[in-house]
Design a binder for this molecule. Structure first.
Ligand code: UD1
Length: 425
């Protein structure tokens, strides 16, 4: 199994390009099921989760053709089954995103329950309630969600909790419903706006995506379209935090704008000089040690839970004491135990962590527990003394494109290894 070997100490400097957003690519790939015509997507990130979603689309009968490494055309003309099998769904929770499109297009969908995952229970009750409100008959049997509706009906649905994939599933289903659907207390993440842009290009009639009330007027059918996936704000944020931690100066290109204001504000509080252009973000620490920053995760436009582990890593070596509160997921501090193995001073109390910054962390072997937790460990490794070996990096490969290559382009020593050098084992 691959591991990442990191030699700490390099001050990051240089320029890299952001990739397309994983969390936009996955729902948009699933949205192609809504039309019999060809949909071409550009700026797709090359990630394990994207490959898994393409496999799922093929299983369902769609033709998926790679135009080049970052572009694919999907044509779901003749779907052969309405069942998303457990073997695929269990490896990626986002597979639940085929539920709304399959039901709307075929009138029936069987999707394996995604189950729990390392960062919390993550139920899908709101997805199901919303589809029921649109007239679907839904049963959960034998580990599968079985949904049926000859024709979904537009409705007004107030979501109990702000859920990103829940909003996306219901928005997709509503595009082909009869009448108008109003989704209230909807998630406002930029990836939802990107999905709506793609759906509208396919002929859907969606307004308000990116606000907490989304209005979808159902149409008879959707047609083919071409769409470019928006940049990955979590990847961009991760590289900017790495630059801040190593006291470096880094420019990320192809960033879009307005995607990560809450994160940039925190980096400024940590002492970074930030310069934004229309399509790039430059961060410069001018050699200074970052100052501790408190973090309070919340749905967009609040501070993203997907950046919490990276800021915990920053606070581990910052000047001062910081409080981190995780308010989106109930069990998302597993990286704290691994950071402690590197010498970090972290105290956990329920959904709060108190992090006392240290001058220096010590390299050690550590274990990744989930996607963003692993990013936090890599960042800590970049500033730790000697070598850090991060195990179970298949988590990283689910969400970061060519991570070690991009870090190396900025001057870091990060190697993917299968045989471990003796001193780091
Ligand atoms: C998405 C993102 C993930 C990010 C998360 C929060 C994708 C593919 N993944 O995950 O990277 O960390 O948003 O920004 O876009 N909940 C319920 N019932 C439901 C659905 C959710 O109680 O039916 C709860 C969850 O347990 C969690 C909270 O709502 O506590 C938010 O989860 P949600 O926004 O649904 O996360 P995902 O969409 O799975």
């Amino acid at each position: 199994m691959d591991k990442l070997l990191i030699e700490g100490g390099a001050r990051l400097a240089g320029e890299i390009d952001a990739s397309g957003a994983k969390n936009a690519a996955l729902p948009i790939l699933c949205a192609t099921l809504l039309s019999a015509d060809a949909v071409t997507l550009h700026n797709l990130p090359q990630l394990q989760d994207v490959r898994t979603t393409q496999r799922l689309l093929r299983e369902l009968g769609a033709e998926v053709q790679a135009e080049d490494p970052t572009a694919v055309t999907v044509q779901a003309r003749d779907l052969v089954t309405h069942t998303a099998p457990y073997e695929l769904v269990k490896t990626m929770r986002a597979s639940i995103l085929v539920l709304g499109p399959l039901l709307a297009r075929l009138g029936e969908a069987r999707v394996s329950l995604p189950g729990g995952c390392a960062i919390g229970a993550r139920p899908v009750d709101i997805h199901l309630e919303g589809l029921r409100a649109m007239g679907a008959d839904i049963r959960v049997e034998g580990g599968f969600i079985h949904a049926r509706a000859s024709k979904l009906q537009g409705t007004r649905f107030v979501m109990d909790t702000v859920t990103v994939t829940g909003t996306e599933n219901l928005m997709m289903a509503a595009t082909l419903a009869e009448g108008t659907t109003l989704l209230e207390n909807a998630a406002c993440e930029p990836e939802i706006g990107d999905l709506a842009t793609c759906l509208n290009a396919m002929g859907a009639r969606i307004s308000g995506a990116g606000t907490s009330t989304i209005r979808i007027e159902g149409v008879e059918r959707l047609h083919g379209a071409e769409h470019r996936i928006l940049p990955d704000r979590i990847e961009i944020g991760t590289f900017l935090v790495a630059a801040a931690m190593t006291r470096g100066s880094v420019t990320v290109r192809q960033t879009g704008s307005g995607l990560l204001d809450a994160v940039l504000r925190k980096l400024q509080q940590a002492g970074a000089r930030i310069h934004c252009e229309a399509d790039s973000i430059q961060l410069d620490m001018a050699g200074r040690r970052p100052v501790s920053v408190d973090v309070h995760t919340a749905p967009f436009p609040g501070f993203p839970t997907d950046m919490q582990a990276q800021f915990m890593a920053l606070d581990c070596i910052a000047d001062g004491v910081a409080t981190i509160s995780e308010n989106v997921f109930e069990n998302r501090f597993m990286h704290a135990l691994e950071l402690q193995r590197l010498g970090a001073d972290i105290r956990i109390e329920g959904h709060m962590a108190v992090v006392r910054g240290r001058e220096q962390l010590e390299g050690a072997p550590v274990m990744a527990t989930d996607l963003r937790a692993s990013a936090g460990l890599v960042l800590a490794g970049l500033v730790a003394d000697r070598q850090t070996l991060v195990d179970r990096i298949y988590h990283l490969d689910r969400g970061y494109e060519r991570l070690e290559e991009k870090f190396r382009a900025l001057g870091a020593y990060v190697q993917r290894v299968t045989h471990i050098p003796q001193e780091a084992a």
